[in-house]
Design a protein around this ligand. Structure first.
Ligand SMILES: Cc1ncc(COP(=O)(O)O)c(C=O)c1O
Length: 432
């Protein structure tokens, strides 16, 4: 060990929280302190995430099962051996970020792999660093190809914090900045009628999360996406699927919109945006995959949209290895089986205590547990963490707690999660 610098656990949890408040974000540190969960993430492995220390003085280090997975970043859990190997192999083979203007073997290979996995006809991919950037690009492509401006999205949606992604999101994220851009319309999610009343030939695109995550893990009624697709076709508008959280096998199918939300509904959007899990937990990567006719936007100037570190060659290589795993039919079947088990447990909460639980809904390993009010959403978040489950309430629907364990969670581990959730649930106050 001599000569090796200590990287983690360099100070006490308290000192790191103080340092974070001083140099990163005092309001965030205060928020966690107020909730009583100001822990610092430490060692992590598989489905587990440890804190450097306990929540309170003298307690052993908090050991959590990661059911947040950062919205799917850790779809394969933490420190997946194949991903670590791929990182090492990629570096040893000489891969780095690569020059984004030059032609790239790794980007070409990953784009080809994606084309083979996407719903039919989506064969082109542009690379970005994060989800917001990829959403921005999808909206630029829709506007560029249709020569229209209007973008329709869902109330409560979250597509990122960059310009156009922010514009397409819920008002909550725009209002603090005094920004309500025209040409961006929010309609209630899941209402075909609202779409019928809104989509016309001034609309460039409809953009939807296939399972709105920040909005509260909402499941669209059967036929919804099919109807939106029809309306887009009639109006000459594009359909953009934000699969940043619901894609990559999360629903037990590779894509939410193509059989993941409703098994018999395989809707083909014009553009699919991916991020989070594309990083395999190690190298930030996001993609905007689209049908070839959209490429016309780049004909006049192929450099009209670029991303210096988007589509790092090392990231592309690792991502390809991740895709090999999550696209395996046996892997997807496992997600379904494990998800059904988790879902049964959550639905039982509703049956047991209908006075505090309104709904349990989800697909695959993406579940929302909706309480009667926000206070319960906040309270259950704290109780879950105290009982060893790292998960939280949805930002735009705080009454609903979101559970997204790693896709590699075994059936026994689902039982372990349910045991901890039961303890957390039992600790909630019941109305008198
Ligand atoms: C559905 C969805 N789309 C887009 C984004 C934006 O991704 P990023 O944070 O990588 O910009 C997020 C992030 O949480 C998301 O949940």
């Amino acid at each position: 060990m001599s000569g090796m610098e200590r990287i983690t656990g360099t100070a006490s949890q308290r000192d790191i929280v103080r340092l974070y408040a001083e140099h990163v974000s005092a309001p965030k540190a205060q928020f966690f302190k107020d909730l009583g969960i100001a822990f610092v993430q430490g060692e992590r492995h598989g489905i587990y995430l440890k804190a450097l220390e306990g929540l309170r003085k003298g307690q052993p280090p908090l050991e959590l099962i990661d059911c947040r997975t950062s919205g799917g970043v850790f779809n394969l859990g933490h420190r997946h051996p194949a991903m670590i190997q791929a990182m090492k192999d990629g570096i040893d083979a000489g891969l780095d970020i690569g020059d984004h203007h030059a032609i790239s073997e790794q980007r070409a290979l990953l784009a080809k792999k994606l084309a083979g996995l996407m719903p039919p006809g989506i064969t082109k991919t542009a690379f970005c660093v994060g989800g917001g950037e990829a959403i921005d690009l999808s909206i630029k492509l829709a506007r560029g190809i249709t020569k229209r401006k209007r973008i329709v999205s869902a109330e409560g949606a979250y597509h990122g914090v960059t310009g156009l992604a922010l514009a397409a999101g819920d008002a909550r994220f725009k209002d603090p900045f005094g920004w309500r851009p025209p040409d961006f319309l929010n309609v209630p999610f899941g209402s075909a009628g609202a779409m019928e009343a809104t989509i016309d030939d001034s609309v460039a695109a409809v953009i939807l999360e296939t399972i709105p995550a920040t909005g509260g893990i909402l499941i669209a009624p059967g036929g919804y996406f099919r109807r939106v697709r029809e309306l887009c076709d009639e109006a000459g508008a594009l359909l953009i699927a934000d699969e940043v959280q619901a894609g990559l096998g999360r629903t037990g199918k590779l894509w939410g919109i193509h059989g993941g939300v409703h098994e018999n509904e395989r809707v083909i959007p014009d553009i699919i945006v991916l991020a989070k899990g594309m990083s395999a937990g190690y190298y930030p990567l996001a993609t905007c995959s689209y049908k070839p006719f959209i490429e016309k936007v780049f004909e006049q100037d192929p450099f009209v949209h670029i991303s210096t570190t988007g589509g790092s060659e090392l990231g592309c290589y690792v991502c390809g290895k991740m895709l090999d795993i999550v696209s395996e039919p046996r892997f997807l079947d496992h997600v379904k089986e494990a998800g059904a088990r988790l879902g049964d447990g959550l639905v039982a909460f509703k049956d047991e205590a209908p006075s505090i639980v309104v709904d349990a809904r989800g697909r695959g390993l993406m579940w929302g547990l909706e309480f009667v009010n926000d206070r319960y959403g906040h309270g259950f978040t704290l109780k879950m963490i105290e009982n060893g489950v790292f998960a939280d309430y949805c930002g735009n629907r705080e009454s609903t707690v979101k559970l997204m364990p790693p896709l590699v969670t075994t059936l026994d581990e689902v039982d372990l999660i349910m045991g901890r959730l039961n303890a957390a649930f039992g600790a909630l106050p019941r109305p008198k």
